[in-house]
Design a protein around this ligand. Structure first.
Ligand SMILES: Cc1cc2nc3c(=O)[nH]c(=O)nc-3n(C[C@H](O)[C@H](O)[C@H](O)COP(=O)(O)OP(=O)(O)OC[C@H]3O[C@@H](n4cnc5c(N)ncnc54)[C@H](O)[C@@H]3O)c2cc1C
Length: 265
């Protein structure tokens, strides 16, 4: 089975307090921040590796990110993927989810053919959950997101359980498919020392706009129909006050504070 895993490098959660918004452009300033594999994408990769163990085939990682994210892709290779395709070009900067999906779909086509495209359902930073469905539409593959369980029979028929607000839904479909995976699906494997060493010799192909044969007006900021509203950093300063005295007295003062701040009506 030929499987592509969409892998997004995201800022390391341990550094979230260092993320800034450029006041002029309203775009997140990510330079200098260590990136990690988007948490749900690790679950997608684990699912792909388990299918490869069951049916044979290959697992390829595909992502759009600055070239500096290559080490994050090495981590995915160390988990067990065969090769990585990193789409990286200045023309891709400022992409919204549609412009991102165009690049990813073009890379899936070029690196394929694939029977299955697995991704996370939602990224930890952008978090729109648009990309899996958009990539599916652009490829002409059926797509489902919020996948918490799935099986693929040797006849290529997939049974998929997706999480919904008040329960879950069972669907059946034929490959090729795009599935957006949630963390409930599995537990990603630990990366072994052997895996880390093997990853150093695995290919990471870096593809530019020209390699993908895309129109410059369809990618990056130029190809993004989304017009973000005003972005600002909330004032995160906190004021601490220690209330002292008898329990009843402290409780009364606490209720007073809650009322004055609008927490209690
Ligand atoms: C106007 C505008 C400008 C922006 N400019 C920038 C910018 O300059 N730099 C920047 O980094 N972001 C930028 N963003 C954010 C960027 O559009 C999103 O991060 C991107 O489109 C993916 O959307 P998401 O994070 O909501 O993905 P979701 O749809 O929440 O992700 C779901 C899954 O899709 C896959 N996926 C998503 N994105 C990628 C990817 N890049 N590579 C591989 N797999 C992926 C992953 O498997 C992920 O788990 C901008 C957004 C807007 C609206």
């Amino acid at each position: 089975m030929e499987i592509a895993v969409l892998l997004k490098p995201v800022p390391d959660p341990a550094q979230y307090d260092k993320i800034q918004i450029d006041p002029a452009t309203g775009i997140l300033v990510r330079e200098g921040l260590k990136t990690v594999i988007n948490p749900e994408d690790k679950h997608a990769l684990e699912a792909a590796l388990q299918l490869k163990e069951q049916y044979g085939g290959r697992v390829a990682l595909i992502g759009m990110a600055p070239a500096s994210a290559v080490e994050t892709f090495r981590e995915g290779l160390a988990m067990g993927a065969e090769e990585a395709f990193l789409c990286s070009d200045r023309a891709f900067a400022g992409a919204d989810s549609l412009a991102t999906s165009r690049v990813l779909a073009a890379a899936v086509k070029k690196a394929g053919p694939f029977d299955l495209v697995l991704s996370g359902s939602t990224s930890a930073d952008g978090g729109t959950a648009h990309v899996p469905s958009q990539v599916g539409e652009l490829l002409g593959f059926a797509h489902l997101t919020h996948v918490i369980q799935f099986e693929i029979g040797s006849d290529g028929l997939a049974s998929v359980r997706t999480k919904m607000e008040n329960g879950y839904r069972e669907s059946r479909g034929r490959l090729p498919l795009v599935l957006g995976i949630r963390r409930e699906l599995n537990t990603p494997r630990y990366i072994s020392l052997m895996g880390i060493m093997a990853a150093q010799g695995k290919p990471v192909h870096v593809w530019s706009l020209d390699d993908l044969g895309l129109d410059k007006g369809k990618v990056g900021l130029a190809g993004s129909p989304t017009q973000p509203g005003k972005l600002y950093q909330p004032d995160m300063k906190r004021k601490g006050e220690v209330l002292q005295g008898e329990a009843w007295e402290v409780a009364q003062r606490l209720v007073g504070i809650f009322r004055s701040t609008g927490i209690l009506g």
